[in-house]
Unconditional design. Sequence first.
Length: 256
Amino acid sequence: MASGKIIDIRGRKLGGATPLICSPLLGRTRERLLAEAAAVLAKSPDVIEWRVDHFEAIADTAAVLDSARALRQLLGEMPLIFTRRSIREGGEAIAIDDEGTVSLYAAIAAAGLVDFLDFEMSNDPGQVRRVVADAHRYGSRVILSYHNFSATPEREFLVQRFKEAERLGGDVAKLAVMPVSRADVLTLLAATAEAEERSRIPLISMAMGPLGAVTRMIAGLFGSSLSFAVGEGSSAPGQMPIADLKAVFEIIRRTR
């Protein structure tokens, strides 16, 4: 990956020679969130993602901010992604709508507690623009994402989604798809490689489920800059333990 695409997040290089390893937090309460974070930190991922759609008090902005402050204090200089995954793209049912999510993202960005906001490209274009603007105003970055839990679209569609994320002002483009054949896995990797050659921002890609698990190990060779791994809980099918992914990345690093 060209050096101009690398994003330095608290000393970690997103877009470097080896993909970063991100582990999700799925705690439903403040207490469980912090306990989970402490356990995951001990396994030394590169990045933490707070999947706030699992948080029972998501409709209470003050409670979310309080938990985010406690989480930031615990994580220290560990980079943090803040994600509300919509139910239509594999997330949990929550007590706020898309407009409420945009407002919550604005509050989190203004508080300066997270490094990235993950927001889906399928959201209303006006909402996407507001999330990007709010994040950049307060010094955060945006991952614009696309998830398909039922199929793998054609290669050109995936390439266009990567390009769309960049066009909309995303700092990182993320795609996750569900393969139903080995050919689908190859489609995801080929689309990533093609998009990475043209893109001016880092890309993240993965095929989910058992068939796609190999992409979590080797997609970095095709241009993906981050892979998700299990700390305590899995946020998507096909994720493997942090230690296993570290071992694979070390083998690939040595062979290169």
